[in-house]
Design a protein around this ligand. Structure first.
Ligand SMILES: [Zn+2]
Length: 102
């Protein structure tokens, strides 16, 4: 009778972790020329949104870590949807195809 190695026990075997993309960080967003974040109230009821300056957070801050910390100034709900203000970028690189980066 073979000694049972805990590693052979199927119940201890874990399925490979699902691949998840690395979190979007403020450093990544800044690398694209975006310095502001759009914060949307997560209740979906008050539709409050705000643009915040991301300069006060370090580069390694993950966008998803900021979401649970945001408090809606209108309804007081904690937890918001934070997105990079990509419009800021499109002002520099126009989407018309006339201007391309050189
Ligand atoms: Zn709100």
């Amino acid at each position: 009778m073979r000694h049972r190695d805990p590693h052979d026990d199927p119940s201890t075997k874990r399925r490979p972790a699902r691949y998840s993309a690395p979190p979007v960080t403020l450093g990544h967003i800044r690398a694209h020329g975006v310095r502001h974040l759009l914060i949307y109230c997560s209740t979906g009821l008050c539709h409050h949104s705000a643009t915040v300056d991301a300069d006060c957070w370090p580069d390694e801050t993950a966008l998803r870590d900021l979401c649970p910390k945001a408090v809606c100034t209108q309804c007081g709900m904690i937890g918001a949807d934070a997105r990079p203000n990509w419009q800021e970028r499109s002002q520099r690189e126009t989407l018309t195809g006339v201007q391309w980066r050189r």
